[in-house]
Design a protein around this ligand. Structure first.
Ligand SMILES: [Zn+2]
Length: 96
C-alpha cells in the first residue's frame, strides 16, 4: 500500500503540471489577444490623431491655419504636437 503512494503522488504531480501547462497556454493566448486588441486600439488612435489629419511642420504654421479657420468662421480650434509624426495637427477637442 505504502509503496504505491509515491508513484500515485508522482502521477498527480505530473497531471498537475500538464494542467498548469494547459493554463500557461491559455494565458499566453489571452495575452496575445490583448496585445492584438491594444494594437488595434493604438492603430485607431493613430488614425484619428495623426493619419487622418493635415500635418503642419511647425506650431507657427498650425497657428496660422487656426487663424485662417477662424476667419472663415471655424472657431475653437487648437493645435497639438503629434507624438506619432512630430508634426502639428489641429483639433477642436483639446482633451484628445
Ligand atoms: Zn501626426
Amino acid at each position: 500500500m505504502s509503496s504505491r503512494k509515491p508513484s500515485a503522488r508522482a502521477k498527480r504531480i505530473e497531471q498537475f503540471r500538464e494542467e498548469l501547462g494547459g493554463f500557461d497556454d491559455i494565458f499566453a493566448r489571452e495575452e496575445q489577444r490583448h496585445d492584438a486588441l491594444a494594437e488595434r486600439r493604438e492603430q485607431a488612435r493613430y488614425e484619428k490623431a495623426c493619419a487622418s489629419k493635415k500635418r503642419y511642420a511647425t506650431k507657427g504654421e498650425a497657428l496660422l491655419a487656426i487663424e485662417a479657420c477662424a476667419e472663415h468662421g471655424r472657431r475653437g480650434l487648437t493645435c497639438y504636437k503629434c507624438s506619432y509624426c512630430g508634426g502639428w495637427h489641429l483639433t477642436s477637442h483639446p482633451w484628445e
